[in-house]
Design a protein around this ligand. Structure first.
Ligand SMILES: [Mn+2]
Length: 347
């Protein structure tokens, strides 16, 4: 009997005929996108003897993620656009063809493959290769399982990146690990360097970070167990996720939206701790008709394009009302997370 073809074999077979290969991460790539993409380009190099390019748009701002790039040196290229030759393959990693958050959402090439762990929304794109597993904690687990299937032992840095990626994807309230996530974690531990990992996780923080943090805490309002926080400034797009992760750990907050204007767009992050919730659905209800978003059950994000350098009062009110509506909150009287009296008295 012929052994069943493994998914990594099928992946390699599908992309083998292409002359050049682009592995595309989502914009402002997070550790999961970076590490998974790195594993996939390395797999291609090792097994097909071809050099694939790992590309993405935007930037990396979160201190830990910058430190990860600095210490581990993943072969990422952050670019504005890509000029692709004919007979090129585009494989999306940690995002999907229907999303608007990657370099190839408006051409020049249709992605032919997807490796991801987000649920698919809307129309299912036609793809030559599809490996989408929403029950997995991280795309990095899927990518690492390809390496394991192909009997490739990752180097220390790649293994550390993959491990870090899985850990970041299970931060905040997204804490579910599938069986494959767990077995991959164990396998990676053999190659990864725990001290490098610790170093990444305690990355140095800038003075601006503390400024952002205090402004975030001062801008947080509670409506029962629902929190709303609009940051007056943002040094980068990742701060909204960071603040949302911090706020959701508060024992009296069960749902949080954190937003900020960055380079003219309003970006937002949503977290929920409620078992029966769907954070991606909350984002979509909040942004219905005015923006786009998606994500997971407990963590999600979204964007309203072109709101200007500053958000208007009208949009601010609309956003808060939409969020509270999405959460079914009827009492619109919010209280500050930190009372104003305390802020003023201790200045
Ligand atoms: Mn991911």
């Amino acid at each position: 009997m012929r052994p069943r073809q493994r998914i990594s074999d099928r992946f390699l077979k599908t992309i083998a005929p292409y002359e050049s290969i682009y592995v595309a991460m989502h914009d402002n790539p997070d550790p999961d996108a970076v590490a998974s993409g790195w594993a996939i380009v390395w797999l291609i190099e090792q097994k097909l003897g071809k050099k694939a390019r790992l590309v993405g748009g935007g930037e990396i701002v979160r201190a830990e993620n910058q430190h990860m790039v600095r210490l581990l040196g993943p072969p990422i290229e952050l670019v504005g656009t890509v000029a692709c030759a004919e007979n090129s393959a585009v494989v999306l990693i940690d995002c999907q063809a229907g999303n608007q958050n990657h370099l190839f959402c408006q051409g020049p090439l249709e992605p032919m493959g997807v490796i991801d762990h987000h649920p698919t929304r809307g129309r299912r794109a036609r793809l030559e290769f599809r490996d989408i597993r929403p029950h997995m904690a991280a795309t990095a687990s899927i990518a690492a399982s390809y390496l394991r299937e192909q009997k490739l032992e990752p180097g220390t840095k790649l293994a550390t990146a993959l491990l870090f990626a899985i850990r970041t994807e299970t931060r905040g309230s997204e804490t579910r690990y599938s069986r494959l996530d767990k077995s991959v974690l164990l396998w990676l531990t053999e190659w990864a360097d725990p001290s490098l990992l610790a170093e990444i996780e305690s990355a140095p923080l800038s003075v601006e970070y503390y400024g952002d943090l205090i402004l975030a805490l001062q801008s947080t309002f509670l409506y029962g167990d629902v929190a709303y926080c609009l940051l007056p400034r943002a040094n980068g797009p990742e701060i909204v996720g960071e603040v949302a992760d911090l706020l959701i750990r508060c024992d009296s907050i069960w749902r949080v939206l954190c937003g900020a204007v960055f380079q003219g767009d309003l970006i937002l992050s949503v977290r929920t701790e409620r078992e029966d919730d769907d954070a991606a659905e909350l984002v979509r209800r909040t942004l219905d008709g005015i923006g786009q978003g998606g994500g997971h059950l407990h963590r999600a994000g979204g964007k309203i394009r072109g709101v200007g350098p500053k958000i208007t009062d009208d949009l601010q009110d609309a956003l808060r009302n939409r969020w509270l509506d999405a959460c079914g909150v009827t009492n619109r009287r919010g209280v500050r997370l930190v009372p104003k009296r305390e802020i003023v008295e201790n200045l």
